[in-house]
Ligand binder design. Structure first.
Ligand code: SAM
Ligand code: SF4
Length: 348
């Protein structure tokens, strides 16, 4: 039996008159990921091409509009919001949105989190904590500064380390995310594991997903996590545990380090049956599934009137279109990714 299907509990503070978001497969939508910008100060090779064309700034929703949209989702049962991107901390005045959303923790919202590359973390860590952020994900694929530069193209390893230090000092719990890349960091995962667990952080490894055109061939980079797990089991004792964070990771306890290791396996294991989330972009487009192209435009409803009723109707209509699952298959005939948009549009 699947125990991870989100349910709206008795205490769920739905706004008066608002309908909860239950999709056609009976899954309650309680988690909203918001990509606040498609821009980034890195160019990770598996995520983006080096020369990216980003959205014109005039197409972006204002932070006030994003706040209003998030509030509508909270009114309809969303309990957890994750800000992502692109790089969320490069959006101008982003702390305004963090503060506004942080004020809703305890009155509808249970948790506000962030996924970041860590480059700007050292200057924002204290404020993030002050505004209610208690847990963040930091993406880190290698501990080798030269390799870090190679994979991120533009990233500075020392800045990210500074960011991790500052966030931990501020009292924010960190989970590290590493994309597992064949012949790039597969041999380094044990070191990443010891580093993360040695500093009290969980580590999650992720399979590369075929999203957006990049400058290289993804099939060269793809590493099934079943292979990685088998390798790790040569060095570590891994025990499956029932730990859940509301995300799709399956966790194990590593006996030798005492820490947790998560596996996110969109390609080898379909995790869709427990999906409780939808994804909003910085232009107000709602994607009901990370791995499908169907989307709903909420910007029109948002801008049509100050009254949220129209927005609620548009959200309800979108939820009726939430698909059963994704279908990440690389189109090998045309060598095209399964999903044309980049991960930076909807966030990870
Ligand atoms: N810039 C932030 C960061 O890197 O954490 C947030 C956005 S980034 C798109 C979110 C996560 O998606 C990162 O952990 C990144 O490694 C991952 N990611 C990006 N492209 C991916 C892909 N094609 N397959 C799997 N994961 C990917
Ligand atoms: Fe930027 Fe994150 Fe994509 Fe890397 S993974 S290019 S940091 S959005």
């Amino acid at each position: 039996m699947n125990t991870r299907i989100g349910t709206i509990g008795a205490a769920s503070p739905l706004a008066a008159g608002a309908h909860p978001m239950i999709d056609p497969f009976g899954r309650a939508v309680t988690y909203l990921r918001v990509s606040v910008t498609d821009r980034c100060d890195f160019r990770c090779t598996y995520c983006m091409a080096e020369n990216m064309t980003f959205l014109p700034k005039k197409d972006l929703l204002t932070l006030e509009e994003l706040d209003r949209l998030c509030s509508a989702f909270i009114a309809k049962g969303v309990r957890k919001i994750r800000l992502t991107g692109g790089e969320p901390l490069v959006r101008k005045n982003i702390m305004y949105l963090v503060r506004r959303l942080g004020e809703k923790i305890g009155s509808g919202l249970d948790e506000l989190t962030l996924t970041t590359n860590g480059s700007q973390l050292s200057r924002h860590a204290e404020e993030l904590y002050e505004f209610g952020v208690r847990r963040i994900n930091v993406s880190l694929d290698t501990l080798d500064p030269d390799k870090f530069r190679k994979i991120t193209r533009w990233g500075d390893f020392a800045k990210v380390m500074e960011g991790i230090d500052a966030a931990q000092k501020a009292g924010i719990q960190i989970k590290l995310n590493a994309v597992a890349l064949k012949e790039f960091n597969d041999a380094e995962i044990p070191d990443l594991l010891r580093f993360a667990h040695g500093r009290g952080m969980d580590l999650t490894v992720i399979e590369t997903m075929p999203m957006g055109e990049i400058d290289e061939d993804r099939t060269d980079q793809y590493l099934p996590l079943s292979e990685l797990r088998a390798d790790l089991e040569g060095q570590f004792t891994l025990t499956d545990i029932d730990y859940q964070t509301g995300g799709p990771a399956r966790y194990v306890r590593v006996t030798e380090t005492g820490g947790r290791l998560g596996f996110i396996t969109p390609m080898t294991h379909n995790f869709c049956e427990s999906c409780n989330r939808v994804r909003l972009t910085c232009t107000g487009t709602l994607y009901m599934c990370l791995g499908q192209n169907d989307a709903a435009d909420l910007r029109a409803a948002l801008r049509a009137t100050e009254d949220d009723a129209l927005l609620h109707t548009a959200i309800d209509e979108a939820i009726t279109r939430k698909p059963k699952g994704h279908d990440f298959i690389i189109d090998r005939t045309h060598n095209r990714p399964a999903v044309a948009r980049h991960m930076s549009v909807t966030g990870g």
